[in-house]
Write a protein that binds this ligand. Sequence first.
Ligand code: AMP
Ligand code: ZN
Length: 481
Amino acid sequence: MSVQLYDTLSRSIQPLSTENGKPLRFYCCGPTVYGPAHIGNFRTFLIQDTLRRVLEVDGTEVKHVRNITDLDDKTIRQSMAEGLSLGEFTAKWTDKFHADCKALNMLSPCIEPSAVAHIPQQIALVEKLIEKGHAYATEDGSVYFRVNSFEDYGRLSKLKQRELKTQNENSAGEVNDADEYDRESVTDFALWKSRKPEDGANYWPSPWGEGRPGWHLECSAMVDSAFDGETIDLHGGGIDLCFPHHENEIAQSECAHGHDFCKHWFHSAHLMVEGAKMSKSLGNLYTLDDLRAKGFDPMIVRYTLISGSYRQQLNFTFDGLHASQSALSKLERFAESLLAKTGEATEQFNDTYVTTEAPKDYGRLEKAWDALRTNLNTAACLGAIFGVIGSNPAASLDAEAARSLLHAFGSLLYALGLKLFTAEPKQSDAPKAVIALAQARWDAKQAKDWAKADELRDAVLAQGWIIKDSKEGFELSQSPK
Ligand code: AMP
Ligand code: ZN
């Protein structure tokens, strides 16, 4: 059985297939580089990374392409506000994105095209659409896609015509040039936007005059370049992109090429924070750096963001982060219990076992692997792993059996993108044993085992350390002599 995944277009779980042994053609809408990506963005990117890893462990080669959106209202506005050229500004935030991805143990995409580097391809696509009667230029030098010319419009999002008018909004809910008076229909969307004073130096020559491409066009052009104009196998993005962005990508590409744009659509549900939608004004918009500054290792963040099934919204909380921290410790104890049987050192674990090389069989961990292969159910996978850990298998295994289980466990960790034994020490000046006691006390407190928590606090104090709790966790300081 190959890897299965829910497809937004057919509204059903379908196998992910490739053509004639070619690598699976997987395109993801990438970050808009006008600031650091937030943990919601990373939820989506991590889920995509996890799927790619599952496919690789399953033996499918993946050609993963994720773009950089470096040309839109936000990148232009912000670069001008900072007095930087668009290129300087977006390079800075692209570098930051890469650094965060690396810290989160994300694989680099095979190709990472940018919108600015694809202006000629975008212009060529517009020309083709005009030639075929699917687009028209207006007097001010803009070009619009003629939605009525594409019968299948709305197929992905299943939106009816009367609902389509909201497509003037971008994913941030801002209205896109709603004041154009010479559009044929309110549902038509911009392929090319004529130059405006607020664009500053960010405009390009075109057959319709100076201007810049509309946002949706970039992905159609970059998919063409990266995959030689062929139908792609899989397209990913957050659920907010389904309409209008992906609907418009389909319209542009299918009208230009006359064949299917993409076989399988992969949308992930949003991350909420403490039950609310993330927003700057609510002060609940976190970046990886924000969480690192509070002492959370990126692996804890990765674990948290992939711990829920991708089709359901995930509620991010600090309690959840602490639970992930404990869960990772349990995974480490499990690996250690098996390594004790094989006689290997913990330092060897990641290199030896956390690899793409699938085990002959997953043995006791079969259910965990099935959960990943059947619609990327990361929550069920982790649940199944902890079920096995709870049965304490190491107690009854010999070295060879422990090695097989380590192999299966390592493949699952590779697929989940989790590395063990890598955390930066949180309380650098406290001895390891004291940190372990304090962590056990925190866990007891979370489990509302007050008697045990008090006992452990006393044990920490007896070693000369004081625990101070905050909403986000605990801190250790040396008790005054
Ligand atoms: P952007 O940088 O705004 O272009 O978004 C990059 C990716 O993050 C897109 O796939 C979005 O759909 C996704 N995204 C944005 N907000 C969230 C969120 N709160 N939870 C999950 N994914 C999100
Ligand atoms: Zn896109």
